[in-house]
Design a protein around this ligand. Structure first.
Ligand SMILES: Nc1ncnc2c1ncn2[C@@H]1O[C@H](COP(=O)(O)OP(=O)(O)OP(=O)(O)O)[C@@H](O)[C@H]1O
Length: 595
């Protein structure tokens, strides 16, 4: 039975700010009681129930405890993906809730929000589990600004957008996930290192001032903490999980915020992506609606695909600025929060998929070995029976011969007297013994045969296992080389911003440039298929040897290929794609010639 989990929803109502009070704003329409948020409007009295409701007076600590974030951190430690995201209109307190109170430079300095508290909680739990597991922690931080993805810990700074003007690419991977390419990932040993990185990235995040918020986030941000854990007792037990902490940009009405020009364009992009998010939430919350959620329509929903309707534990924090003037926005936020609470996720433990297969195969091998040893025992047992019968018969023969002289006369007499009846009895006994012997031999034969089959199966599994180990080794080597390679530009670049010394890893996604043996076999099979009906054998042979030559040349070329520098990676990747296109073109040509 799969572990189904509804998205948990918390609503936080922020207090009226001093300047709002001075301007005469009031809250006469929104209140809360226990787990309920109450709309006090005369004609439209309504209450909404949520998992957690945090009233105006709730401190940051109370929000952290009230939302049971500690439990979510425990799930990450156990190997589940977790997402916490803040949602609400502009100025409703999302950044305050997630990061804390910001200073003028836009860095959270006081009243730590959920992100710093969660980081501390995570490292406390790592410490508690240190005797059972070895943990590694990696962080990355990105923002989606004007529908482009930027690395907040990479080259980009607020003033320097030319480096990543086109934004980072996103691609779909084999595990059914969207991943961002070339995103910097930093290994961190302590909570302080993670918080330092987080602050560094927050400083790079784009903010602007408008009528509703003097430090409004103009981008959606995703701070990701990836945890790898290895069981110390059983090192094959390798688990990776991630904790995503998301601060969305707030929806805004341009007529109220008074934004113009660049900021107005930002507002449009923010509203567009939030609209897609709302569509996804609406579709997923309605079990009768069979429409496919439009995840692909915005970068935000692509990256939140696993979190909303996927395999994560997810907490949504809906933020409310309870001013009467925001009545419509607040009702809309409450409605979407209610819908989100109907969405079912299926969290799964993230064992490494390759190791999972290897472990399964190992289990199969063990059970086959067990069966084999049982079968061997059977064979031995039956062989013993057959041998015993043989020796018994021999013994009988010897005895008969030894006593033959003594018994001869008596037997002769008895034989003469009862010749016919004795002969019948002996014949019957002999036939019975014969039958049993044949049965036993057949059984032994069957067992030998199944023994042989099992041996072959074991052999196959071993081979599969070996090839997977080889593949893992190859991937590890490639990963190591990438890390090494990424180390260089990092050291060479003189960054004005200090990063922790443990910066080690980069998730730059590399496509395998050479052919895998399976691909070669498949390619040759395709070739055979294409030329199956070609009458001209010489032509077929020459094409076949040309194909083989190309494959050999390609693999020599790609094996000797230097791994590309980050800057030339894209170019090399296109070159590999070009190679593959050429092969594809060649095959199409063969097919045309054939026709
Ligand atoms: N619970 C709270 N207590 C006191 N002040 C708060 C609270 N929540 C928010 N604020 C203040 O309200 C203002 C707006 O908050 P914040 O910037 O977090 O909103 P936001 O939802 O992130 O807005 P945007 O979407 O525009 O980025 C800030 O000055 C913040 O300090």
């Amino acid at each position: 039975m799969q572990n189904q989990q509804k998205i948990r929803v918390a609503v936080r109502i922020r207090p009226l700010l001093d300047h709002e009070k001075r301007q005469g704003h009031l809250n006469s329409r929104i209140d809360c009681n226990g787990q309920e948020v109450i709309i006090k409007e005369e004609r439209n009295k309504k209450s909404y129930k949520f998992d957690h409701v945090l009233p105006e007076a709730a401190s940051q600590e109370q929000v952290f405890k009230g939302c049971e974030i500690d439990q979510l951190v425990q799930s990450v430690i156990e190997g589940y993906h977790v997402t916490v995201f803040a949602y609400g209109q502009t100025g409703s307190g999302k950044t305050y809730t997630m990061e804390g109170l910001r200073d003028e430079e836009g860095i959270a300095i006081k009243q730590d929000g959920l992100i710093p508290k969660t980081i501390h909680s995570l490292f406390n739990k790592i410490k508690q589990n240190a005797l059972q597991k070895d943990f590694s922690v990696y962080c990355s931080y990105l923002q989606i600004y004007n529908e482009k993805i930027y690395d907040l810990l990479g080259e980009t700074t607020k003033t320097n957008f030319s480096v990543q003007a086109s934004g980072l690419k996103m691609r779909w991977n084999v595990r059914d996930q969207f991943v961002v390419e070339n995103l910097f990932v930093y290994q961190c040993k302590t909570a302080e290192e993670v918080i330092q990185l987080f602050k560094l990235g927050s400083r790079n995040r784009i903010t602007a001032s408008h009528k509703l918020n003097f430090q409004s986030s103009r981008s959606h941000s995703i701070f990701e903490i990836k945890i790898e854990s290895i069981d110390l007792k059983n090192p094959d037990n390798f688990i990776t999980s991630k904790l995503e902490l998301v601060d969305l940009a707030g929806s805004e009405r341009i007529s109220i915020t008074g934004t113009e020009g660049r900021q107005a364009k930002e507002s449009i992009e923010i509203n567009k992506s939030l609209m897609t998010l709302r569509q996804v939430i609406a579709i997923l919350s309605d079990t009768n609606n069979k429409t496919i959620p439009p995840y692909r329509e915005s970068k935000l929903t692509c990256l939140l695909k696993q979190s909303i309707g996927g395999n994560c534990f997810c907490l949504m924090i809906a933020c409310i600025a309870p001013l009467d003037t925001f009545y419509d926005e607040n009702v809309s936020t409450l409605q979407y929060a209610t819908k989100a609470a109907y969405i079912t996720n299926i969290p799964v433990k993230n064992d490494d998929p390759k190791l999972k297969i290897i472990n399964d195969l190992k289990q199969q091998i063990n059970s086959l070995k067990l069966e084999l040893s049982k079968a061997n025992e059977h064979i031995e047992f039956l062989s013993n029976i057959v041998q015993k019968k043989d020796s018994n018969q021999n013994m009988n023969n010897i005895q008969t011969r030894t006593n033959f002289d003594n018994l001869l006369q008596n037997q002769q007499r008895l034989l003469e007297e009862e010749e016919s009846s004795d002969e019948d009895a002996n014949k019957f006994e002999y036939a019975q013994f014969n039958d049993r012997l044949i049965d036993s031999i057949n059984m032994v034969r069957e067992l030998l045969l199944s023994n042989k089959e099992m041996r072959e199966r074991e052999e196959q599994i071993n081979q599969k296992c070996e090839s997977m180990y080889r593949e893992i080794q190859f991937l590890q080597k490639e990963n190591f080389e990438l890390r090494e390679r990424l180390g260089d530009p990092d050291q060479q670049r003189e960054s004005p911003q200090k990063r922790p010394s443990t910066i080690k890893k980069n998730t730059m996604m590399m496509e395998e440039p050479g052919f895998l043996p399976e691909q070669v076999t498949q390619f040759q099979r395709n070739f055979q298929k294409d030329f199956r009906d070609t009458p001209n054998k010489d032509y077929k042979d020459s094409q076949m040897s040309m194909t083989n030559r190309n494959i050999r040349a390609h693999s020599q070329r790609t094996q000797g290929r230097q791994l590309p520098l980050i800057s030339t990676y894209q170019q090399n990747f296109e070159e590999v794609q070009q190679d593959e296109m050429t092969n594809f073109g060649r095959r199409s040509l063969y097919q045309k010639q054939l026709k």
